[in-house]
Design a protein around this ligand. Structure first.
Ligand SMILES: *Cc1c(COP(=O)(O)O)cnc(C)c1O
Ligand SMILES: [Zn+2]
Length: 478
């Protein structure tokens, strides 16, 4: 049964009480861990990694993980992913890939709280920009490459709006676990991210098309050439991303927040967060599941349209697939393409759509959309608050502000916004926003319908003259 074309190489393998299972309950087909798949063979749906928890050693309380802090000299205790190995035990610990991912911060931010309209002390920013390649993708990459190595893959590929490729390129350069092949759409990738892929030596294939095109092609190429795919259709990658929520709980001394707010692109994160909370609750490790809000950009709002406008629901595993097909059919008929300054979420065909609506059901979630202008203003607030983030990340804060305005999130509720990527990923957008030069502003932002930068911090242009400089500083109020 295992000897099919999805197996790259038969490898020595120690059985783990884990397997892959189709997410559609009515199908439920299962596959062994060592099978390389990104879809169910019988119905084409996505797969989960599932565990036989009763055959595993599960901690009785989340405080169990604190014991690992004292053993930080051990790389698997240092890693913010593998520190939680007991909650994603698909590979023996000694085979896990790590380069110190997940050393992240959960920080309260008064300024951002005030901007978003929640009471100071109630908003926390989960800053994933501190990861080795500067985005949350490293959490997933550590897990995906662990599986790749388990099954003996020698090459790994992804389509990327930038951060997945930066992460894959870094992990492959550093760990030598696999050789990296990355696919990007032309002109759609922020320079910080592209520079990482090139610098880390990944084979970089630039396709004339956008992310949705690159995503479709990379799946075909991986099938044809037997290359291991690390996009978020890979269920192992999402296991790694569950740990972002474990660290949020850790930062809150294991108390469950009221809301978790996350930008939505390919919807891997929101799917992983839902699974993390669902499992923790089922294992009796948390008393309740927080609510989840997924934020789309208005220029890439498939999830928002389908869920909030057209009423798509997971419906306990029976989603209205005809509704989805009709939506994408119309999108293609009109040649509609995703367009937002938040390039990391510039995606119209989110591959994890079904897993995300399942997460929304598990977490009593909502979806919201925000304009590029709202995203950039929120980003400026996050920057002024001292952490900073790339445009897509700020969608979480912009979304929170809208949800508070719409009385969906209460000002007294305890909220976590996930800041998905580092501010240096996309300096072009930041500099254009703060530029005093209307031409530069227009070129980058005006072209996208952004009219003004409410929180612009213009550079002060001054002659090379001491008196003039002193005068400029004194009149600035600094
Ligand atoms: C990948 C990415 C996203 C989108 O995450 P999904 O899991 O695809 O929804 C958001 N922000 C940043 C910075 C990213 O790199
Ligand atoms: Zn199936």
């Amino acid at each position: 049964m295992l000897r099919n074309k999805y197996i790259i190489k038969q490898v020595e393998y120690r059985p783990t009480p884990a397997f892959q299972r189709c997410i559609i309950p009515g199908c439920g087909a299962t596959y062994p861990l060592e099978e390389i798949r990104t879809a169910c063979a019988s119905c084409g749906s996505l797969l989960d990694v599932e565990y036989e928890w009763d055959r595993l050693r599960v901690p009785g309380s989340l405080t169990f993980f604190e014991e690992k802090w004292g053993r930080r000299a051990d790389p698997f205790c240092f890693s913010g992913v593998w520190r939680f190995h007991e909650l994603l035990p698909f590979a023996p610990l000694e085979r896990c890939v790590t380069l110190g991912e997940g050393q992240t911060l959960l920080q309260p931010s008064e300024g951002v709280a005030r901007y978003a309209g929640v009471r100071p002390g109630r908003l926390f920013l989960q800053y994933e920009g501190l990861n080795p390649s500067g985005s949350f993708k490293d959490n997933g990459m550590a897990a995906a490459l662990t599986h790749a190595r388990l099954v003996g893959a020698d090459r790994a590929a992804c389509a990327s709006t930038g951060n997945t490729s930066a992460s894959l390129a870094l992990y492959s350069a550093f760990t030598r676990a696999v050789r990296a092949v990355i696919f990007i759409g032309s002109g759609k990738i922020a320079y910080g991210k592209l520079s990482q892929a090139l610098d880390y030596g990944a084979l970089t294939v630039q396709i004339r098309g956008d992310f949705d095109d690159a995503m479709a092609r990379v799946q075909e190429v991986c099938r044809e050439l037997g290359i291991y795919l690390v996009n978020s259709v890979n269920p192992f990658r999402l296991e790694g991303q569950k740990t972002i929520m474990y660290r949020v709980l850790e930062g809150l001394r294991w108390e469950v927040p009221d809301w978790v707010i996350v930008p939505g692109g390919n919807l891997g994160n929101s799917s992983a967060f839902g699974k993390a909370f669902y499992e923790l609750h089922a294992l009796g490790l948390i008393p309740r599941i927080p609510r989840l809000a997924v934020i789309n950009a208005t220029g890439a709002n498939t999830l928002y349209e389908l869920v909030e406008k057209q009423g798509l629901h997971w419906n306990q595993g029976n989603p209205d697939r005809a509704l989805i097909d009709r939506y994408f059919g119309e999108m293609d008929a009109h040649g509609r393409r995703a367009s937002t300054i938040a390039s990391a979420i510039e995606i119209n065909r989110p591959v994890n759509l079904l897993k995300c609506i399942r997460a929304l059901e598990w977490c009593d979630g909502v979806v919201c959309e925000v304009t590029d202008e709202e995203i950039l203003d929120a980003k400026a607030q996050v920057g002024a608050g001292g952490l900073g983030c790339e445009p897509a990340s700020a969608a979480s804060v912009a979304g929170l502000r809208k949800l508070v305005g719409g009385c969906i999130v209460g000002a007294d509720q305890r909220v976590v916004c996930v800041l998905t990527g580092h501010p240096l990923k996309d300096p072009t957008a930041t500099v254009a926003y703060h530029s005093a030069d209307p031409e530069q502003f227009d070129q980058v932002l005006g072209a996208r319908g952004v009219r003004q930068a409410e929180f612009a911090n213009h550079p002060v242009v001054v002659d090379n003259d001491l008196d003039a400089i002193i005068k400029a500083i004194q009149t600035s109020g600094a």
